[in-house]
Design a binder for this molecule. Structure first.
Ligand code: ARG
Length: 459
Protein backbone atom coordinates (compact mmCIF):
# COMPACT_ATOMS: atom_id res chain seq x y z
CA UNK A 1 0.00 0.00 0.00
CA UNK A 2 1.36 3.43 -0.85
CA UNK A 3 1.81 6.11 1.82
CA UNK A 4 -1.53 7.64 2.69
CA UNK A 5 -0.12 11.09 3.42
CA UNK A 6 1.84 11.57 0.20
CA UNK A 7 1.39 8.36 -1.82
CA UNK A 8 -0.89 9.65 -4.58
CA UNK A 9 1.58 9.08 -7.36
CA UNK A 10 3.04 5.86 -5.96
CA UNK A 11 1.89 2.37 -6.91
CA UNK A 12 3.49 0.63 -3.97
CA UNK A 13 4.85 1.51 -0.54
CA UNK A 14 8.45 2.01 0.54
CA UNK A 15 10.90 -0.82 1.01
CA UNK A 16 11.30 -1.92 4.61
CA UNK A 17 14.80 -0.47 4.82
CA UNK A 18 13.62 2.77 3.17
CA UNK A 19 11.06 3.16 5.92
CA UNK A 20 13.70 2.52 8.54
CA UNK A 21 16.22 5.06 7.26
CA UNK A 22 13.54 7.64 6.54
CA UNK A 23 11.55 7.58 9.77
CA UNK A 24 12.27 10.17 12.43
CA UNK A 25 9.31 9.43 14.69
CA UNK A 26 11.55 7.53 17.11
CA UNK A 27 13.21 10.79 18.10
CA UNK A 28 11.00 13.63 16.88
CA UNK A 29 7.98 12.49 18.88
CA UNK A 30 9.34 14.72 21.63
CA UNK A 31 8.37 17.66 19.39
CA UNK A 32 4.67 16.78 19.75
CA UNK A 33 3.87 19.70 22.11
CA UNK A 34 5.61 22.19 19.81
CA UNK A 35 4.03 20.64 16.71
CA UNK A 36 0.52 20.92 18.11
CA UNK A 37 1.17 24.46 19.34
CA UNK A 38 2.30 25.41 15.84
CA UNK A 39 -0.74 23.77 14.23
CA UNK A 40 -3.12 25.53 16.61
CA UNK A 41 -1.58 28.89 15.70
CA UNK A 42 -1.67 28.03 11.99
CA UNK A 43 -5.30 26.92 11.92
CA UNK A 44 -6.48 29.90 13.96
CA UNK A 45 -4.76 32.18 11.44
CA UNK A 46 -6.30 30.28 8.50
CA UNK A 47 -9.71 30.95 10.05
CA UNK A 48 -9.04 34.64 10.70
CA UNK A 49 -7.73 35.13 7.18
CA UNK A 50 -10.94 33.59 5.78
CA UNK A 51 -9.01 30.71 4.21
CA UNK A 52 -10.88 28.05 6.23
CA UNK A 53 -14.53 28.16 7.36
CA UNK A 54 -15.08 28.60 11.08
CA UNK A 55 -16.61 25.15 11.55
CA UNK A 56 -13.52 23.42 10.11
CA UNK A 57 -11.28 25.55 12.30
CA UNK A 58 -13.30 24.60 15.37
CA UNK A 59 -13.23 20.90 14.48
CA UNK A 60 -9.49 20.94 13.83
CA UNK A 61 -8.76 22.83 17.04
CA UNK A 62 -10.81 20.40 19.12
CA UNK A 63 -9.18 17.48 17.34
CA UNK A 64 -5.64 18.80 17.91
CA UNK A 65 -6.42 19.16 21.61
CA UNK A 66 -7.59 15.55 21.77
CA UNK A 67 -4.42 14.42 20.05
CA UNK A 68 -2.42 16.41 22.58
CA UNK A 69 -4.34 14.78 25.44
CA UNK A 70 -3.72 11.31 24.02
CA UNK A 71 0.01 11.99 23.68
CA UNK A 72 0.21 13.41 27.20
CA UNK A 73 -1.75 10.44 28.58
CA UNK A 74 0.55 8.02 26.77
CA UNK A 75 -2.31 6.39 24.86
CA UNK A 76 -1.18 7.63 21.44
CA UNK A 77 0.28 4.96 19.14
CA UNK A 78 3.28 6.15 17.14
CA UNK A 79 3.66 4.26 13.86
CA UNK A 80 6.86 4.13 11.89
CA UNK A 81 5.08 4.13 8.54
CA UNK A 82 3.89 7.65 9.33
CA UNK A 83 7.54 8.80 9.29
CA UNK A 84 7.54 11.70 11.66
CA UNK A 85 5.63 13.63 14.31
CA UNK A 86 4.02 15.98 11.78
CA UNK A 87 2.33 13.18 9.85
CA UNK A 88 1.55 11.20 12.99
CA UNK A 89 -0.39 14.12 14.46
CA UNK A 90 -2.20 14.85 11.20
CA UNK A 91 -3.06 11.21 10.61
CA UNK A 92 -4.61 10.84 14.07
CA UNK A 93 -6.39 14.16 13.60
CA UNK A 94 -7.96 12.74 10.44
CA UNK A 95 -9.19 9.69 12.37
CA UNK A 96 -10.76 11.97 14.99
CA UNK A 97 -12.31 14.77 12.90
CA UNK A 98 -12.60 13.26 9.43
CA UNK A 99 -11.87 14.98 6.10
CA UNK A 100 -11.78 18.52 7.58
CA UNK A 101 -8.38 17.53 9.05
CA UNK A 102 -7.02 17.55 5.51
CA UNK A 103 -7.45 21.33 5.45
CA UNK A 104 -4.93 21.96 8.25
CA UNK A 105 -1.97 21.60 5.90
CA UNK A 106 -3.22 24.44 3.63
CA UNK A 107 -0.45 26.99 3.00
CA UNK A 108 2.05 24.98 5.01
CA UNK A 109 4.70 22.32 4.45
CA UNK A 110 6.53 20.00 6.76
CA UNK A 111 9.61 22.06 5.92
CA UNK A 112 8.43 25.24 7.62
CA UNK A 113 6.62 23.16 10.21
CA UNK A 114 9.70 21.27 11.37
CA UNK A 115 11.82 24.44 11.43
CA UNK A 116 9.19 26.07 13.63
CA UNK A 117 8.92 23.08 15.96
CA UNK A 118 12.69 22.87 16.38
CA UNK A 119 12.99 26.58 17.04
CA UNK A 120 10.32 26.38 19.72
CA UNK A 121 12.09 23.45 21.38
CA UNK A 122 15.54 25.05 21.23
CA UNK A 123 14.13 28.34 22.54
CA UNK A 124 12.52 26.70 25.58
CA UNK A 125 15.66 24.72 26.24
CA UNK A 126 17.91 27.78 26.05
CA UNK A 127 15.64 29.49 28.57
CA UNK A 128 15.90 26.62 31.00
CA UNK A 129 19.68 26.26 30.53
CA UNK A 130 19.98 29.95 31.35
CA UNK A 131 18.09 29.37 34.60
CA UNK A 132 20.16 26.33 35.48
CA UNK A 133 23.39 28.21 34.83
CA UNK A 134 22.08 30.93 37.18
CA UNK A 135 21.47 28.25 39.85
CA UNK A 136 25.08 27.13 39.54
CA UNK A 137 26.25 30.75 39.73
CA UNK A 138 24.24 31.16 42.94
CA UNK A 139 25.75 28.04 44.52
CA UNK A 140 29.26 29.16 43.55
CA UNK A 141 28.72 32.69 44.87
CA UNK A 142 27.48 31.38 48.23
CA UNK A 143 30.53 29.14 48.49
CA UNK A 144 32.75 32.05 47.49
CA UNK A 145 31.30 34.21 50.25
CA UNK A 146 31.81 31.46 52.82
CA UNK A 147 35.39 30.91 51.70
CA UNK A 148 36.51 34.46 50.90
CA UNK A 149 39.39 33.99 53.39
CA UNK A 150 40.21 30.35 52.72
CA UNK A 151 43.63 30.38 51.09
CA UNK A 152 44.66 27.82 48.52
CA UNK A 153 47.44 27.49 46.00
CA UNK A 154 46.85 29.20 42.68
CA UNK A 155 48.41 27.35 39.77
CA UNK A 156 49.85 28.09 36.37
CA UNK A 157 51.11 25.10 34.37
CA UNK A 158 49.65 23.13 37.35
CA UNK A 159 52.72 24.31 39.28
CA UNK A 160 52.26 26.36 42.45
CA UNK A 161 52.18 29.96 41.33
CA UNK A 162 50.76 32.37 43.91
CA UNK A 163 48.32 31.88 46.77
CA UNK A 164 44.69 32.72 46.01
CA UNK A 165 41.48 32.25 47.96
CA UNK A 166 39.03 29.43 47.43
CA UNK A 167 36.28 32.01 47.01
CA UNK A 168 38.21 33.73 44.24
CA UNK A 169 38.54 30.42 42.41
CA UNK A 170 34.77 29.86 42.65
CA UNK A 171 34.06 33.36 41.34
CA UNK A 172 36.18 32.67 38.26
CA UNK A 173 33.54 30.12 37.25
CA UNK A 174 30.74 32.55 38.05
CA UNK A 175 32.25 34.89 35.44
CA UNK A 176 32.51 32.12 32.84
CA UNK A 177 28.89 31.18 33.46
CA UNK A 178 27.85 34.81 33.05
CA UNK A 179 29.34 34.77 29.56
CA UNK A 180 27.71 31.39 28.86
CA UNK A 181 24.35 32.84 29.84
CA UNK A 182 24.97 35.82 27.60
CA UNK A 183 25.56 33.42 24.72
CA UNK A 184 22.35 31.48 25.49
CA UNK A 185 20.41 34.75 25.43
CA UNK A 186 22.08 35.99 22.25
CA UNK A 187 21.26 32.71 20.52
CA UNK A 188 17.67 32.96 21.72
CA UNK A 189 17.29 36.53 20.48
CA UNK A 190 18.65 35.67 17.04
CA UNK A 191 16.52 32.53 16.61
CA UNK A 192 13.31 34.28 17.54
CA UNK A 193 11.91 34.74 14.02
CA UNK A 194 9.10 32.45 12.90
CA UNK A 195 9.55 30.27 9.77
CA UNK A 196 5.91 29.15 9.69
CA UNK A 197 4.21 30.13 6.42
CA UNK A 198 7.39 29.90 4.34
CA UNK A 199 5.70 26.67 3.18
CA UNK A 200 7.89 24.27 1.19
CA UNK A 201 10.43 26.92 0.15
CA UNK A 202 8.76 29.63 -1.96
CA UNK A 203 5.97 30.99 0.22
CA UNK A 204 2.32 30.52 -0.68
CA UNK A 205 -0.38 32.04 -2.83
CA UNK A 206 -2.89 31.91 0.05
CA UNK A 207 -3.46 35.25 1.85
CA UNK A 208 -1.89 34.07 5.12
CA UNK A 209 -0.92 36.35 7.99
CA UNK A 210 2.56 35.34 9.05
CA UNK A 211 2.78 38.17 11.57
CA UNK A 212 -0.21 36.69 13.39
CA UNK A 213 1.27 33.18 13.66
CA UNK A 214 4.65 34.60 14.65
CA UNK A 215 3.05 36.61 17.45
CA UNK A 216 0.86 33.71 18.60
CA UNK A 217 3.95 31.53 19.02
CA UNK A 218 5.94 34.18 20.91
CA UNK A 219 8.29 35.05 18.06
CA UNK A 220 9.42 38.65 17.53
CA UNK A 221 8.55 38.58 13.81
CA UNK A 222 8.28 36.22 10.83
CA UNK A 223 11.46 35.25 8.98
CA UNK A 224 12.00 37.48 5.94
CA UNK A 225 13.04 35.00 3.25
CA UNK A 226 11.13 31.78 2.59
CA UNK A 227 14.17 29.89 1.28
CA UNK A 228 16.28 30.84 4.26
CA UNK A 229 13.38 29.97 6.59
CA UNK A 230 13.39 26.29 5.68
CA UNK A 231 17.13 25.98 5.00
CA UNK A 232 18.39 27.55 8.23
CA UNK A 233 19.69 25.49 11.12
CA UNK A 234 21.95 28.25 12.45
CA UNK A 235 19.77 28.43 15.52
CA UNK A 236 20.59 24.84 16.46
CA UNK A 237 24.26 25.33 15.61
CA UNK A 238 24.43 28.47 17.69
CA UNK A 239 22.73 26.82 20.65
CA UNK A 240 25.14 23.89 20.37
CA UNK A 241 28.12 26.23 20.10
CA UNK A 242 27.04 28.09 23.24
CA UNK A 243 26.39 24.74 24.93
CA UNK A 244 29.82 23.46 23.90
CA UNK A 245 31.61 26.45 25.38
CA UNK A 246 29.62 26.10 28.59
CA UNK A 247 30.36 22.35 28.66
CA UNK A 248 34.06 23.11 28.29
CA UNK A 249 33.86 25.41 31.32
CA UNK A 250 32.07 22.76 33.34
CA UNK A 251 34.59 20.12 32.30
CA UNK A 252 37.46 22.25 33.57
CA UNK A 253 35.82 22.60 36.97
CA UNK A 254 34.92 18.90 36.98
CA UNK A 255 38.54 18.03 36.26
CA UNK A 256 39.66 20.19 39.18
CA UNK A 257 37.20 18.38 41.44
CA UNK A 258 38.53 15.02 40.31
CA UNK A 259 42.10 16.08 41.02
CA UNK A 260 41.27 17.90 44.24
CA UNK A 261 39.38 14.95 45.76
CA UNK A 262 42.30 12.56 45.20
CA UNK A 263 44.11 11.47 48.37
CA UNK A 264 47.29 13.10 47.02
CA UNK A 265 45.67 16.55 46.82
CA UNK A 266 42.91 16.18 49.41
CA UNK A 267 41.84 19.80 48.77
CA UNK A 268 38.07 19.26 48.95
CA UNK A 269 35.53 16.70 50.03
CA UNK A 270 32.45 15.93 47.96
CA UNK A 271 29.38 14.83 49.90
CA UNK A 272 28.25 11.20 50.04
CA UNK A 273 25.41 12.26 47.77
CA UNK A 274 27.84 13.01 44.97
CA UNK A 275 30.36 10.21 45.34
CA UNK A 276 30.21 6.49 44.72
CA UNK A 277 31.93 3.51 46.27
CA UNK A 278 33.83 0.69 44.66
CA UNK A 279 32.50 -2.85 44.56
CA UNK A 280 35.93 -4.24 45.42
CA UNK A 281 37.91 -1.51 47.24
CA UNK A 282 36.07 -0.59 50.43
CA UNK A 283 38.02 2.62 51.06
CA UNK A 284 37.03 4.29 47.78
CA UNK A 285 35.02 7.48 47.35
CA UNK A 286 34.94 8.04 43.63
CA UNK A 287 33.95 11.39 42.09
CA UNK A 288 31.87 9.74 39.34
CA UNK A 289 29.53 12.69 38.87
CA UNK A 290 32.47 15.05 38.30
CA UNK A 291 34.04 12.57 35.89
CA UNK A 292 30.79 12.34 33.92
CA UNK A 293 30.47 16.13 33.75
CA UNK A 294 34.03 16.17 32.43
CA UNK A 295 33.20 13.48 29.88
CA UNK A 296 29.84 14.70 28.62
CA UNK A 297 31.50 17.71 27.04
CA UNK A 298 32.56 15.13 24.43
CA UNK A 299 29.07 14.36 23.16
CA UNK A 300 28.06 18.03 23.32
CA UNK A 301 31.00 19.16 21.18
CA UNK A 302 30.38 16.09 19.01
CA UNK A 303 26.80 17.20 18.33
CA UNK A 304 28.03 20.65 17.25
CA UNK A 305 30.68 19.19 14.97
CA UNK A 306 28.25 16.62 13.60
CA UNK A 307 25.64 19.19 12.67
CA UNK A 308 28.19 21.59 11.20
CA UNK A 309 29.27 18.78 8.91
CA UNK A 310 25.66 17.90 8.00
CA UNK A 311 24.95 21.52 7.04
CA UNK A 312 28.22 22.23 5.26
CA UNK A 313 27.74 22.30 1.48
CA UNK A 314 23.95 21.65 1.56
CA UNK A 315 22.32 23.44 -1.37
CA UNK A 316 19.20 25.51 -0.65
CA UNK A 317 16.57 24.94 0.47
CA UNK A 318 15.44 21.93 2.54
CA UNK A 319 17.19 18.58 2.22
CA UNK A 320 16.38 15.48 4.22
CA UNK A 321 19.92 15.67 5.61
CA UNK A 322 18.51 18.29 7.94
CA UNK A 323 16.42 15.69 9.74
CA UNK A 324 19.79 14.70 11.28
CA UNK A 325 19.77 17.92 13.32
CA UNK A 326 17.54 16.42 15.96
CA UNK A 327 19.13 13.57 17.88
CA UNK A 328 22.39 15.40 18.47
CA UNK A 329 20.69 18.64 19.47
CA UNK A 330 18.26 16.94 21.86
CA UNK A 331 20.98 14.78 23.38
CA UNK A 332 23.56 17.54 23.75
CA UNK A 333 21.31 20.15 25.33
CA UNK A 334 19.84 17.56 27.65
CA UNK A 335 23.34 16.42 28.64
CA UNK A 336 24.31 20.00 29.42
CA UNK A 337 21.22 20.41 31.57
CA UNK A 338 22.18 17.30 33.55
CA UNK A 339 25.78 18.54 33.94
CA UNK A 340 24.62 21.92 35.25
CA UNK A 341 22.30 20.26 37.76
CA UNK A 342 24.94 17.77 38.93
CA UNK A 343 27.61 20.43 39.33
CA UNK A 344 25.20 22.66 41.27
CA UNK A 345 24.55 19.77 43.66
CA UNK A 346 28.26 19.08 44.05
CA UNK A 347 29.08 22.73 44.75
CA UNK A 348 26.25 23.10 47.28
CA UNK A 349 27.67 20.37 49.51
CA UNK A 350 31.36 20.82 48.72
CA UNK A 351 33.71 21.13 51.69
CA UNK A 352 37.18 22.58 51.18
CA UNK A 353 39.84 21.22 53.58
CA UNK A 354 41.05 24.61 54.79
CA UNK A 355 44.13 23.30 56.59
CA UNK A 356 45.39 21.24 53.69
CA UNK A 357 44.75 24.15 51.34
CA UNK A 358 46.65 26.60 53.56
CA UNK A 359 49.55 24.20 53.88
CA UNK A 360 49.64 23.68 50.12
CA UNK A 361 49.27 27.42 49.47
CA UNK A 362 52.52 28.06 51.36
CA UNK A 363 54.53 25.33 49.68
CA UNK A 364 56.30 25.52 46.35
CA UNK A 365 57.69 29.02 47.06
CA UNK A 366 54.30 30.49 46.21
CA UNK A 367 55.14 33.79 47.91
CA UNK A 368 58.29 34.39 45.86
CA UNK A 369 56.51 37.12 43.87
CA UNK A 370 55.57 38.82 47.17
CA UNK A 371 59.23 38.83 48.13
CA UNK A 372 60.23 40.33 44.77
CA UNK A 373 57.47 42.95 45.09
CA UNK A 374 58.75 43.80 48.59
CA UNK A 375 62.28 44.37 47.21
CA UNK A 376 60.82 46.72 44.62
CA UNK A 377 58.59 48.57 47.06
CA UNK A 378 60.90 48.81 50.09
CA UNK A 379 64.37 48.92 48.53
CA UNK A 380 63.57 50.51 45.22
CA UNK A 381 65.06 47.66 43.16
CA UNK A 382 63.97 47.44 39.53
CA UNK A 383 61.59 44.46 39.20
CA UNK A 384 63.96 42.45 37.00
CA UNK A 385 66.71 42.72 39.60
CA UNK A 386 64.30 41.89 42.41
CA UNK A 387 63.24 38.83 40.42
CA UNK A 388 66.89 37.76 40.20
CA UNK A 389 67.59 38.24 43.91
CA UNK A 390 64.45 36.32 44.80
CA UNK A 391 65.43 33.55 42.41
CA UNK A 392 68.73 33.16 44.26
CA UNK A 393 66.92 33.00 47.59
CA UNK A 394 64.51 30.37 46.27
CA UNK A 395 67.53 28.41 45.05
CA UNK A 396 69.17 28.66 48.49
CA UNK A 397 66.00 27.61 50.31
CA UNK A 398 65.38 24.76 47.92
CA UNK A 399 68.98 23.52 48.33
CA UNK A 400 68.40 23.42 52.12
CA UNK A 401 64.96 21.89 51.63
CA UNK A 402 63.21 24.68 53.56
CA UNK A 403 60.64 27.38 52.86
CA UNK A 404 61.60 31.01 52.13
CA UNK A 405 60.40 32.09 55.57
CA UNK A 406 62.82 29.58 57.14
CA UNK A 407 65.91 31.30 55.73
CA UNK A 408 67.72 33.38 58.36
CA UNK A 409 68.13 37.12 57.89
CA UNK A 410 71.88 36.56 57.38
CA UNK A 411 71.13 34.11 54.57
CA UNK A 412 68.74 36.60 53.03
CA UNK A 413 71.33 39.35 53.22
CA UNK A 414 73.84 37.25 51.30
CA UNK A 415 71.63 37.78 48.28
CA UNK A 416 70.78 41.42 49.07
CA UNK A 417 72.42 43.15 52.06
CA UNK A 418 69.67 45.75 52.49
CA UNK A 419 66.96 43.19 53.34
CA UNK A 420 65.51 43.67 56.85
CA UNK A 421 63.38 41.67 59.27
CA UNK A 422 60.28 43.31 57.85
CA UNK A 423 60.49 41.00 54.87
CA UNK A 424 59.08 38.05 56.86
CA UNK A 425 55.67 39.70 57.01
CA UNK A 426 55.10 39.32 53.26
CA UNK A 427 56.19 35.69 53.22
CA UNK A 428 53.00 34.58 54.96
CA UNK A 429 50.24 33.26 52.74
CA UNK A 430 47.51 35.31 54.43
CA UNK A 431 49.53 38.49 53.93
CA UNK A 432 50.09 37.59 50.34
CA UNK A 433 46.43 37.24 49.46
CA UNK A 434 45.41 40.21 51.60
CA UNK A 435 47.78 42.42 49.63
CA UNK A 436 46.22 41.53 46.24
CA UNK A 437 43.68 44.34 46.37
CA UNK A 438 43.96 45.46 42.75
CA UNK A 439 40.61 45.42 40.91
CA UNK A 440 39.72 41.77 40.24
CA UNK A 441 42.49 40.54 42.57
CA UNK A 442 42.20 37.73 45.11
CA UNK A 443 42.19 39.76 48.36
CA UNK A 444 39.45 38.48 50.72
CA UNK A 445 37.84 41.93 50.86
CA UNK A 446 37.52 41.93 47.05
CA UNK A 447 36.15 38.39 47.01
CA UNK A 448 33.59 39.18 49.69
CA UNK A 449 32.37 42.27 47.84
CA UNK A 450 32.14 40.47 44.50
CA UNK A 451 30.38 37.44 45.97
CA UNK A 452 27.88 39.74 47.69
CA UNK A 453 27.34 41.60 44.43
CA UNK A 454 26.64 38.38 42.53
CA UNK A 455 24.27 37.10 45.21
CA UNK A 456 22.28 40.33 44.97
CA UNK A 457 22.23 40.34 41.17
CA UNK A 458 21.18 36.69 41.02
CA UNK A 459 18.39 37.08 43.60
N1 ARG B 1 10.96 14.70 9.48
C1 ARG B 1 11.42 15.75 8.67
C2 ARG B 1 12.59 16.47 9.33
O1 ARG B 1 12.76 16.30 10.48
C3 ARG B 1 10.33 16.74 8.45
C4 ARG B 1 10.44 17.51 7.17
C5 ARG B 1 10.21 16.61 6.02
N2 ARG B 1 10.09 17.33 4.82
C6 ARG B 1 10.16 16.74 3.63
N3 ARG B 1 10.07 17.47 2.60
N4 ARG B 1 10.32 15.44 3.50
O2 ARG B 1 13.35 17.16 8.69
Amino acid sequence: MSNRMWGGRFASGPAEIMEEINASIGFDKRLAPQDIRGSLAHVAMLGQAGILPAEDVAAIEAGLKSVRDEIEAGTFTFKRELEDIHMSVESRLTEIVGPAAGRLHTARSRNDQVATDMKLWVRDTLDSLDQQAADLQRALSQTALKHADTVMPGFTHLQSAQPVTFGHHCLAYVEMLARDRGRFRDARARLNECPLGAAALAGTSFPIDRHATAAALGFDRPTANSLDSVADRDFALEALAAASICAVHLSRFAEELVVWTSAQFNFVRLSDGFTTGSSIMPQKRNPDAAELVRAKSGRIIGALTGLLIVMKGLPLAYSKDMQEDKEGTFDALQALSLCLAALTGMVQDLEPNAEVLAQAAGSGYATATDLADWLVRELGLPFRQAHHVTGRLVGAASAKGVGLEELSLAEMQEAEPRITDAVYAVLGVANSVASRTSYGGTAPENVRAQAQGWIERLA
